[in-house]
Design a protein around this ligand. Structure first.
Ligand code: SF4
Length: 367
């Protein structure tokens, strides 16, 4: 590929679309560097759920790969496709096999029990917990044991153009991830340049982070199958206490300002990891249509191999999720007759696009 071709692809390849390609690649090929010789390129050794834009209040990862235990994941399906939120996670995994007063059965939540009662009623309404009243007390019993379905969390930052300034910005975020060790591994995914030494290796990315290059020439396969590991990551100790970097020391004309840190205990980390895993389970990575306008007449899905990417016919390019909104100057709602005159999917193209992506998400869920 010539430099001019690479530049042309770079211009048309905003970070959002690169991220979708990276998600698709991870879904088919995880873990990197292991299945390169497989005929079908599928990462069967390590089933994974892939999601986007999840994390904590302070730090959101571009792509998340959840390595899962397929048998346990099948048992997780008993609880339905919706996530168990933070409050439900204080109840469901601790629910006893036999009837018991809820305050005896559950660990002290650290907040008033009345909120726990609300979660118990929500769980009962969803049909994932048995409840009854005895002597004016609420008793609970589990319907199914909550399985230990998530093995590892891998965070991936996508930077198609990892130049020096992007690397500087990214380095601070990766240092935060490494210090906190909420994920088991962190990676940077970038576009392969074809140079003998990938420039990403020369940038100041923390050594604990892996570097993965995706070949833009393989986009037609839709799986970005041709990916290379330039640098393997170090495993982080997600079970150990972590350090939250609140403020970095800065060099000023009066000297170095103090950095501020906070301790993250292993219990908080374990709960947060499960919360992230549940959100990833519910959301996957194809939920991008929820934050875009598939009900705009210009919105299309373009097939790239086995990947469906959003495309704007008005702008003649892959649009980003931030520009594809109601405030877009070219936004034009799909005409009402598209919804009624013979459109094969009830609700019109916009709704059909959402259903199609939802259907694909279901079919690609391991287990
Ligand atoms: S015209 Fe605007 S709102 Fe419509 S599909 Fe294109 S980017 Fe999205």
């Amino acid at each position: 590929m010539s430099n001019a071709d690479a530049d042309a692809i770079a211009e048309q390849d905003p970070e959002f679309v690169f991220e979708l390609r990276a998600c698709r690649w991870a879904e088919r090929n995880w873990p990197p560097g292991v299945n390169a010789d497989d005929a079908d390129g599928a990462g069967d050794d390590c089933p994974a759920i892939v999601a986007r834009q999840l994390g904590t209040k302070r730090r959101r990862w571009d792509t998340i790969v959840m390595e899962v235990d397929p048998d346990a994941l099948r048992q997780r399906a008993n609880f339905g496709p919706r996530r168990l939120d933070s409050d439900l996670l204080d109840v469901i995994p601790h629910a006893p096999p036999d009837w018991q007063w809820y305050q005896d059965a559950l660990p002290d939540p650290g907040y008033p029990w009345r909120y726990v009662r609300e979660s118990i009623h929500r769980a009962a309404d969803r049909g994932i917990l048995d409840t009854r009243k005895r002597n004016n007390r609420i008793e609970i019993r589990r319907k199914w044991a909550y399985p230990d379905w998530m093995d590892r969390i891998v965070a991936v930052e996508n930077k198609p153009d990892l130049d020096a300034s992007a690397a500087r910005h990214l380095a601070a975020q990766l240092e935060y991830d490494v210090a906190l060790a909420l994920a088991d591994e962190v990676w940077v995914a970038t576009r392969a340049t074809g140079e003998s030494v990938e420039p990403a290796l020369l940038e100041s990315v923390p050594v604990e982070a892996g570097i993965l290059t995706l070949d833009p020439d393989s986009r037609g396969t839709g799986d970005g199958r041709s990916a290379a590991v330039e640098w393997f990551p170090r495993s982080l100790d997600a079970d150990a206490p972590g350090t939250r970097i609140l403020e970095r020391g800065e060099e000023t004309k009066y000297g170095q300002s103090a950095a501020r840190f906070e301790y993250a205990d292993p219990e908080w980390k374990a709960h947060k990891r499960l919360e992230i895993a549940e959100r990833a389970y519910e959301k996957g990575w194809r939920a991008y249509a929820e934050t875009m306008r598939p009900d705009c007449r210009h919105f299309q899905l373009r097939r790239e191999g086995r990947t469906l990417l959003p495309y704007c016919a008005a702008k003649d390019c892959h649009q980003t999720s931030s520009e594809c909104s109601g405030s877009c100057p070219d936004f034009s709602p799909e005409p009402p007759q598209w919804r009624t005159q013979g459109w094969p999917i009830e609700g019109g193209p916009g709704k059909g696009i959402r259903e199609l992506l939802e259907d694909r998400r279901e079919r690609n869920r391991p287990g």
